[in-house]
Write a protein that binds this ligand. Structure first.
Ligand code: BTN
Length: 262
C-alpha cells in the first residue's frame, strides 16, 4: 500500500467510522480494479463487510465488459458480502446498492433517478454504476462483491469525449466539491440500512423503495439481453427483481438483467 495523503486520510477516517457492516477497509492509492482485489480477498476468506477503496483505478470495469473510467475525484469501492440466502436472492442486491446510492445523493439535495436495473442518473446523465460479481456453490452464495463507482468531484472533461454528454458528477451538479470522507460515511450508512432490509427478508420493501427512485417504469424502453433485444413498456418489477416488459404484441416478458435504453 503506497502511503499517500489519500491513503493516510482514509485509513484515519476508517478508524472513526463505527458502522457495523464495515468490518475492515483496505485503502489503496491506485489499483487496477477494486472489484478484482475484493474478489482476491474474498477467495482468501475475507469476512463480510470487508471493503476495498481506491483513489483511482487504471482498469476499472463496468457491466458488459465495459471500461469504467476512474479519474481522481471519484469514489471507487467494492464491498464483500456473504449473505446466507439462496442464490436466487442475489438478483435483489443490485436494487439494494442502487437504493443506497440514490438515497445518498438525495441527501445532498439532488434528485437521483435509477434506470433499471442499477444505473443512477441525474437529469438523465449517469452519476454512478454498480458491478456485482459472485461465487456460488449449488444453492449457496459463497461471496458477492458489490463494486460501486460514483462520480463525486470530477470535472466532466476528465472523461473521454464519447461519454461526456451522458455523464455527470456531484460537483458538476452542485457547483462545488463535496467532502469525500463525509460522502463515504453517508453512503456506508445508507448501504447498511438497505442491506439490513435484505438480511431481514424485506424484499418487497426494497423493491417498493427502489420504485420511488426509478424513472424506468411506465417508459417505452429497449433492453439488450444476452439472448437479444426486446422493446416495450416497462410495467413493473416483481419481488425477485425481474423487470416485467409488455412488448408490442402484448406479451409480458420477465427480464432479469440487461442493458436498458430509453
Ligand atoms: C457500470 O455501470 O457499468 C458499473 C460500473 C462499476 C464500477 C465500479 S468502480 C469500483 C468497482 N471496481 C471496478 O472495477 N468496477 C466497480
Amino acid at each position: 500500500m503506497k502511503e499517500t495523503l489519500f491513503v493516510k486520510k482514509t485509513l484515519e477516517f476508517s478508524k472513526n467510522l463505527h458502522i457495523d457492516l464495515v468490518k475492515k477497509l483496505f485503502v489503496f492509492d491506485d489499483v487496477d480494479s477494486t472489484n478484482r482485489i475484493a474478489k482476491e480477498l474474498a477467495l482468501a476468506n475475507a469476512e463480510e463487510g470487508t471493503v476495498v477503496v481506491a483513489r483511482t483505478q487504471h482498469h476499472g470495469r463496468g457491466r458488459f465488459d465495459r471500461i469504467w473510467q476512474s479519474p481522481e475525484g471519484g469514489v471507487y469501492l467494492s464491498i464483500i458480502l456473504r449473505p446466507r440466502k439462496s442464490t436466487q436472492k442475489i438478483s435483489l442486491l443490485p436494487f439494494v446498492a442502487a437504493l443506497a446510492i440514490a438515497r445518498t445523493i438525495n441527501l445532498y439535495g439532488l434528485n437521483a433517478n435509477i434506470k433499471w436495473p442499477n444505473d443512477t442518473l441525474i437529469n438523465g446523465r449517469k452519476i454512478a454504476g454498480i458491478l456485482l460479481e459472485s461465487e456460488l456453490k449449488e444453492d449457496a452464495i459463497i461471496y458477492v462483491v458489490v463494486g460501486i463507482g460514483m462520480n463525486l468531484n470530477i470535472d466532466i472533461r476528465d472523461f473521454s469525449p464519447d461519454i461526456q454528454p451522458q455523464s455527470t458528477s456531484m460537483s458538476h451538479e452542485l457547483g462545488s466539491p463535496v467532502d469525500y470522507h463525509e460522502f463515504l460515511r453517508t453512503f456506508f450508512i445508507q448501504f447498511e440500512k438497505a442491506y439490513f432490509l435484505f438480511v431481514e427478508n424485506q424484499y418487497e420493501r426494497i423493491i417498493a423503495e427502489w420504485k420511488i427512485h426509478t424513472d424506468t417504469l411506465g417508459k417505452t424502453i429497449r433492453v439488450q439481453t444476452s439472448t437479444g433485444t426486446l422493446q416495450g413498456i416497462a410495467l413493473d418489477i416483481d419481488p425477485f427483481g425481474f423487470l416485467l416488459l409488455r412488448t408490442e404484441n402484448g406479451e409480458i416478458k420477465k427480464i432479469l438483467s440487461g442493458d436498458c435504453l430509453y
